[in-house]
Design a protein around this ligand. Structure first.
Ligand code: HEC
Length: 192
């Protein structure tokens, strides 16, 4: 029994993707900082972050943007929460940035197609070129940054999760041993 508990404990602690989904969106101070710089470089021309402290308004004013693209680029402060729970919204942004393709000469996007249940014709041109060799890393950092903007406590939650679980595992093991120790004496007495 104790071996089973220890094995489960080990399995939990050794899962590398713990607290993450298929895409590795890691909320660390480094990814968030890189994501913030990349956001300024690739996104802030069109998108604002009006609920983010110290963020500048988008370079392009919303009306001019609407005239240019047909749709005004939405403010992204709360987007990572609006498009899914936990880190699902950040994953969506990651997929959005990495799933552009062209069909009949038109820009389409797979993630956008699934989200909007349309053919995926999107008014946003690919912000990061699809052939950028660092596309995935950049998209993951930007998604992490946008998740930290929309959900400032997410980083803390994701980072204490594994500690809480190990603590509970340890407590379980101690209580199990204590329980065995307590009953040992009783069982002996009953036998004699
Ligand atoms: C050239 C202007 C432009 C740039 C640069 C740009 N966007 Fe957009 N973005 C748009 C427009 C326009 C829309 C509205 C698209 C639509 O609804 O068809 C949009 C929509 C979005 C959406 C919402 C999609 C949805 O599900 O409704 C997200 C998320 C997004 N952009 C993220 C980003 C990120 C992240 C970057 C930087 C890596 C970026 N955008 C750069 C113009 C831009």
């Amino acid at each position: 029994m104790i071996r089973i508990i220890l094995l489960i404990l080990l399995a939990v602690l050794h899962t590398p993707a713990f607290g993450e989904e298929s895409v590795s969106i890691k909320l660390t101070p480094e990814t968030i900082e890189r994501g913030s710089a990349l956001f300024t470089q690739y996104c802030s021309g069109c998108h604002g972050l009006k609920f983010h402290k110290g963020a500048a308004p988008p370079a392009l004013d919303p009306q001019a943007a609407e005239a240019a693209f047909g749709v005004a680029p939405p403010d992204l402060s709360l987007m990572a929460s609006a498009r899914g729970r936990g880190d699902d919204g950040a994953e969506y942004i990651f997929r959005l940035l990495t799933s552009y393709y062209t069909k009949d000469g038109q820009t389409r996007n797979k993630a956008f197609a699934e989200e909007t249940k349309t053919d995926g014709a999107i008014a946003m041109p690919p912000p990061i070129p699809m052939d950028d060799p660092a596309l995935k890393e950049k998209a993951a950092d930007i998604s992490a940054f946008l998740l930290s903007v929309s959900d400032p406590t997410a980083e803390e939650r994701l980072s204490i999760g594994p500690w809480v679980l190990s603590y509970m595992g340890l407590l379980t093991a101690i209580l199990y041993l204590l329980n065995r120790y307590t009953w040992k004496g009783v069982k002996k007495k009953l036998k004699s």
